[in-house]
Design a protein around this ligand. Structure first.
Ligand code: C2E
Ligand code: MG
Ligand code: MG
Ligand code: MG
Length: 280
């Protein structure tokens, strides 16, 4: 009866909490060792210019080759890395490896393209960020224009004043700046106009549903119109079908990425993609 059921629910709830705590601690402990043990790798997803089919960039996406659990994706550990502070050294490794990889591709004779790196709010608010980016560019001898920083809209709206200072410092270095997951973060129009940014990346949730959901279609059209009017490049995330591509092109979105073109792949596979990529 009710009382027993209540107790069972409570036991179940307690067990679930417990599992979560154990899971969290295990990930945290693993993260402690992961850099030293070289368990992180980067995958790269091409950004495609719709009209020509040319690769215009590579988004670096971190993966964790976990000794017991196989290949882990960022949503399985990035939040925990942020909360525990490990995101700072991981982000530094990530930035350096992405820049080094861009340089290596150039040395292989491949057409130079910008590499994009995701920076979380914790990293963006960290004092060392701007210096670290400057030093990493110098060390890896990458021209600043070949590095793009992706910041989510929710990161940018957190503290307008310090956000603006950091964005301008990054702009002064010469790196490109994209707003990731755009449309989900409630930035005001006036903020948006003032941000010294280059690209709006339409959040993939809108792209996923826009063919069947009029509201999402409207949002996508509005973001593209807004971006084009403010002279930002507009990029779509999560393009999976020909129908989605056709809609985006009809709305004058220039470029995007997604499984319709390519999933994220390792550095060797990416080099092959880039080496065989020619204007259609
Ligand atoms: P994001 O930057 O918005 O990256 C896009 C995510 O969508 C990636 O997931 C990518 O693999 C996935 N994706 C690409 N094409 C498609 C598609 O056609 N359909 C669908 N459904 N998904 C697609 P991933 O690699 O799991 O990364 C998730 C998030 O983790 C990223 O979102 C980014 O915010 C974060 N992240 C990834 N790497 C790093 C990193 O090195 N540092 C930090 N701080 N965050 C990272
Ligand atoms: Mg991104
Ligand atoms: Mg995104
Ligand atoms: Mg995302």
């Amino acid at each position: 009866h009710a009382k027993e059921q209540g107790r069972n629910n409570y036991q179940f709830f307690k067990q679930e909490m417990n599992d979560k705590v154990v899971e969290r601690l295990s990930v945290e402990n693993g993260l402690r060792q992961a850099l030293a043990r070289q368990e992180f790798i980067l995958h790269f997803q091409p950004k495609i210019h719709f009209k020509t089919g040319l690769i215009t960039g590579a988004e670096a996406l971190i993966r964790w080759q976990h000794p017991d659990r196989g290949l882990l994706h960022p949503q399985q550990f990035i939040k925990i890395a942020e909360d525990s502070g490990f995101i700072i050294p991981i982000g530094q490794w990530m930035l350096k490896t992405a820049c080094q990889q861009a340089k290596d591709w150039q040395h292989e004779g491949l057409r130079p393209i910008p590499v994009s790196v995701n920076i979380s709010a914790v990293e963006f608010r960290h004092d060392g960020l701007v210096n670290n980016i400057r030093n990493t560019l110098a060390e890896t001898e990458i021209e600043a224009k070949y590095l793009e920083i992706e910041l989510t809209e929710s990161t940018l709206v957190q503290d307008a004043k310090s956000t603006m200072i950091t964005l301008h410092a990054l702009k002064a270095i010469g790196v490109k700046i994209a707003i990731d997951d755009f449309g989900t973060g409630y930035s005001s129009l006036s903020n948006l106009r003032q941000f010294p940014i280059d690209t709006l990346k339409i959040d993939q949730s809108f792209v996923r549903d826009m063919i069947n959901d009029d509201d999402d279609a409207l949002i996508v059209s509005a973001i593209i119109g807004l971006g084009n009017n403010l002279n930002f490049k507009v990029s779509a995330e999560g393009v999976e079908t020909q129908k989605q591509l056709a809609f985006l092109q009809a709305e004058r979105c220039e470029e995007g990425q997604g499984y319709y073109f390519n999933p994220p792949v390792d550095a060797v596979a990416f080099a092959t993609l880039l080496g065989t990529n020619h204007a259609a």
